[in-house]
Design a protein around this ligand. Structure first.
Ligand SMILES: *[C@@H]1O[C@H](CO)[C@@H](O)[C@H](O)[C@H]1NC(C)=O
Ligand SMILES: *[C@@H]1O[C@H](CO)[C@@H](O)[C@H](O)[C@H]1NC(C)=O
Length: 409
């Protein structure tokens, strides 16, 4: 997975209305969009909203919102007209507008997106694969805190990167999401232990877009439900925090190095920091075979997000998260290093063996995987997107919190 598709997603979401009928018409089922859903008409009504016990801060509120059903065709069935293009040949994409159920005039401390079957079990255990589910607060305008396109000298370029950075924040602000690998823990917008008060501020009337791309590996159609689990407090608290996703390959999508004989590093060019504040959390994303993602500011190592392998040496079970605040000022630059070790993780072959590691080791991608009988459709999938190693960082930044970070440190 490269960053560019991610960059273009919010733009795509907003461009949708201008594209006119065609692909955005007739999503039909359950009111899951269609051009009307994206234009002025009503956001989707949640299927359910329930309260959960807070896990970041005692006394905070925590809500699980469920939207759906999203109706999926069987694996080899023709996908219904009107579904937005998927980044997978057998996938289905959906574009939804969400509002109700999500807290408003509130500060989100952390959250995560999930995918369930009707009975609440994890859809990933039922032969459904998440390519990505990304949400955007389309009402919230923010300035990019880091350029999406790195440069050789760490100074902002006037080119593509500059344009993307300018448009980016005007189009809305990335909110919780989930990608194709396993670095998908709770996104942390506020970490009380850091001594900094921050959070993703949601305004009283904010609307959200969700860009959903899934693959149903079952031959038969099925219904799935997208969930958003957010912990929050009422009102605006502390510094506004929001995130971005950066790719080691930068905007030129330089490939990641791997070597079957041992560890090898790939370091990015320099991503210019564009605003003063603090990085309050950072978590890496790697495909199978990856060891760690390292984040440095002005060439000083500040965060190592380590891959944790599960029962096999070729499936990443999770990534460690960095929660010590890192002060940054405009003019600094950020670099990332992806460390892969294919020798230590045989079978991963750079993240694209078409087996477990094919998509970065999302667990139980297809029911037939590892079981008796067919594992064939799966292999094809691994070859498609997961064929290359990848390295990304999910970074949450609190605008203006630099001094607080320095004091806290
Ligand atoms: C939930 O639904 C799935 C898919 O329909 C089914 O396979 C599973 O057995 C169900 N689980 C429970 C606990 O009912
Ligand atoms: C790879 O990066 C890590 C972390 O920055 C460093 O400790 C290690 O020495 C590097 N290895 C090579 C071969 O450059």
């Amino acid at each position: 997975m490269t960053i560019l598709p991610f960059l273009l997603l919010p733009l795509g979401s907003l461009a949708a209305p201008q594209l006119g009928g065609g692909i955005f018409d007739g999503i039909g089922d359950g009111g899951l969009g269609g051009i009307g859903g994206i234009l002025g008409s009503e956001p989707m009504t949640p299927e359910s909203v329930s309260d959960l016990e807070p896990k970041l801060r005692p006394g905070a509120k925590r809500t699980l919102i469920r939207w759906g059903p999203y109706k999926m065709a069987g694996y080899e069935e023709e996908k219904p007209e009107g579904t937005i293009p998927s980044m997978d040949p057998n996938g289905e994409g959906y574009l939804s507008k969400w509002k109700e159920g999500i807290c408003h005039d509130c500060t989100v401390l952390g959250g995560v997106i999930g995918l369930q079957m009707e009975n609440g079990t994890n859809a990933l255990d039922n032969g459904v694969y998440i390519h990505h589910i990304l949400s955007f607060d389309r009402t919230k305008k923010t300035d990019s805190f880091v350029s999406r396109c790195p440069t050789e000298d760490g100074k902002p370029s006037g080119g593509l990167g500059g344009i993307i950075d300018k448009i980016g924040g005007l189009m809305g602000t990335m909110f919780v999401g989930v990608g194709e690998d396993n670095g998908n823990d709770f996104k942390i917008y506020s970490n009380d232990a850091s001594g900094i008060k921050s959070g993703f501020h949601i305004g009283p009337d904010d609307e959200f877009f969700a860009n959903i791309d899934l693959v149903n590996y079952n031959p038969q159609p099925l219904d799935v439900f997208v969930t958003m689990d957010i912990e929050f407090v009422d009102g605006k608290e502390g510094f506004d925090a929001y995130g971005t996703l950066l790719d080691v390959g930068g905007c030129s999508m330089t490939p990641i190095n791997t070597d079957p004989n041992g560890p090898v590093n790939t370091t990015s060019e320099k991503f210019p920091i564009l605003a003063d504040g603090a990085i309050v959390s950072a978590i890496g994303h790697l495909h199978a075979g990856g060891e760690a993602m390292v984040l440095a500011i002005n060439d000083q190592e500040r965060c190592v997000s380590q891959a944790e392998y599960g029962e096999t040496s070729s499936v990443i079970a999770g990534m460690s998260q960095c929660l010590d605040p890192i002060q940054v000022v405009e003019g600094d630059y950020l670099t990332m290093t992806a460390i892969y070790d294919l020798k230590a993780h045989p079978g991963s072959e750079g993240g694209g063996d078409g087996g477990h590691g094919g998509h970065g080791g999302q667990k139980k991608r297809a029911p037939q995987e590892g079981g008796e009988g067919e594992g064939e459709g799966d292999g094809g999938h691994g070859g498609h997107m997961g064929g290359a190693a990848m390295g990304m960082f999910d970074i949450i930044f609190a605008l203006g919190a630099g001094e607080a970070a320095a004091t806290a440190a």
